[in-house]
Design a protein around this ligand. Structure first.
Ligand code: SAM
Length: 184
């Protein structure tokens, strides 16, 4: 089948955009894939997310976890995302759907974060990113903070809960900042 030149160019641009949108951020720690609804539900449940929590979503994507944590669980959420188009989508969702007072969108690299204020950390990332985050968690998380990860575990940690159906790992950190004690 012969495509007219303009259609061929548009098709190539569309393919290039999809490849960029999904795969380009692998070099930072993960590509793009939104967590399915039932996985988000399990992650919120596992993290026991509630109104007194400050949730950090590491690589917030387009907000699958962020807006449910803020709207349904009334948590305060820090959405950290490195890819600018997804950051724009997060900001639009925050502006038009809210809740603005409980969602903060940060354009940046999660490896530059300070996790001390977090009570819950959410992650749906590649194994290399989880390995790089582990020492940051151990030196910065406060006692009682929960780390909830979909698909990949925190290497070397023993989960307090693991749901095989949704592949959600839940860890309850028992150490304190700058005094690492691996749980489990
Ligand atoms: C698999 S998606 C998960 C999106 C969302 N958390 C969810 O569960 O629906 C991973 C996201 O992490 C982002 N990401 C990857 N490396 C990052 C980094 N170093 N800092 C911030 N965001 C990053 C990607 O751009 C992508 O949007």
């Amino acid at each position: 089948m012969d495509l007219p030149p303009l259609a061929a160019v548009l098709l190539l641009l569309a393919i290039a955009f999809v490849l960029y949108f999904v795969f380009a951020t692998f070099v930072f720690g993960a590509g793009y894939q939104p967590a399915p609804r039932r996985v988000v539900e399990r992650m919120l449940e596992g993290g026991a997310v509630g109104p007194s929590d400050r949730v950090y979503d590491l690589g917030a994507g387009t907000g699958a976890i962020v807006f449910r944590a803020a709207r349904e669980r009334k948590a305060t959420v820090v959405a950290v995302e490195v890819e600018p188009i997804r950051v724009a989508i997060l900001r639009l969702r925050r502006a038009f759907g809210g809740p603005r007072e409980r969602v903060e969108v940060r354009w940046g690299n999660m490896f530059d974060l300070d996790f001390r204020p977090a009570t819950v950390v959410m992650a749906f990332l590649w194994p290399g990113a989880m390995a790089r985050l582990r020492p940051m968690f151990e030196s910065q998380l406060s006692h009682g903070a929960r780390v909830v990860s979909h698909w990949h575990p925190v290497p070397g940690w023993t989960p307090d809960e693991f749901d095989a159906e949704t592949r959600v790992y839940v860890y309850r950190w028992q150490g304190s900042p700058s005094a690492p004690t691996a749980p489990g």
